[in-house]
Ligand binder design. Structure first.
Ligand SMILES: N[C@@H](CCC(=O)N[C@@H](CS)C(=O)NCC(=O)O)C(=O)O
Length: 258
């Protein structure tokens, strides 16, 4: 991707999206995907993974990625604010069902995937506490592992409960998908693509990164993402991975680019 610096981005109108340049972060990929699916163009802005990003903080108030800034509106960083921005600025089929009961289900699934205490957050707790570390081969400007682990809530004893949450969410997603398929749908909720499918497609990388040919990642990052316990591997129903692959192929578009 062609990234601009924060200084360049600040001078531009329209939508600017700060992303961890060179790395597929699930929240960043999901932000790109929902904007793309809604047909909203954006300028990618370089966030330096695990660094202080002083200029980004000065501009938006946020250090990590993604951060979306539209015209002179305040920057937004939460998955839900970015989804709502994509819904507001975009056109074509909405990623949220019109039927309120279906919408509640979609929002619940997205929360369980993306929010604090959800699949992404809990899987990160299991990743940061053990196994290969993100800073391997990283730049000297990176914040120390200790600052990073504190920022993301890693404390003594979190890995066990986090693993249990990851497994519970995977099992629930697999049963929702099976139920949907039995009702003749290829999607998690209703009969067409929703945000629930898109967030799952972008977060599944945290247990099984796509092949290098379509998802070019550093070997260090790939090892961190792919390093799962046998219990998590057992809960990763192949149907969920096949669903992820279908959503990328049919809807978001491949190859991935960071
Ligand atoms: N702000 C997002 C979460 C963003 C997030 O967790 N970003 C991580 C992705 S692993 C990140 O930027 N990591 C790299 C860094 O901290 O520099 C939300 O609340 O929905």
């Amino acid at each position: 991707m062609d990234y601009v610096s924060v200084a360049e981005a600040r001078e531009m109108p329209g939508l600017r999206l700060a992303l961890s340049a060179g790395t597929p972060g699930p929240w960043g990929e999901a932000a790109k995907a929902v904007l793309k699916l809604r047909g909203v163009p954006f300028v990618p802005v370089r966030q330096h993974i695990m660094q202080a990003n002083e200029k980004l903080v000065e501009w938006t108030g946020f250090r990590n990625a993604p951060v979306a800034v539209y015209n002179d509106e305040p920057g937004v960083a939460g998955w839900i604010e970015i989804l709502m921005l994509a819904e507001r600025l975009g056109s074509g089929p909405s990623l949220l069902p019109e039927d309120e009961l279906e919408r509640i289900t979609v929002m619940g699934i997205c929360t369980e995937i993306c929010s604090s205490g959800g699949f992404g957050w809990e899987r990160r707790l299991t990743m940061m506490g053990s196994g290969p570390r993100l800073q391997a081969g990283g730049s000297p400007d990176m914040m120390t592992p200790d600052v990073m682990t504190r920022a993301y809530g890693v404390r003594e004893g979190v890995a066990g409960p986090a693993t249990a949450r990851v497994i519970a969410i995977l099992q629930a997603l697999a049963s929702l998908l099976a139920r949907s398929r039995a009702a003749g749908s290829e999607y998690l909720v209703g009969k067409s693509l929703t945000a629930a499918d898109v967030y799952w497609a972008c977060f599944a990388i945290l247990i099984e990164p796509q092949p290098q040919a379509i998802c070019p990642m550093s070997p260090e990052m790939r090892a961190v993402y792919a390093n799962i316990t046998p219990e998590i591997a057992a809960a990763a129903d192949p149907a969920l991975i096949a669903h992820r692959d279908m959503v990328w192929q049919r809807h978001i578009g491949l190859p991935m680019a960071f």
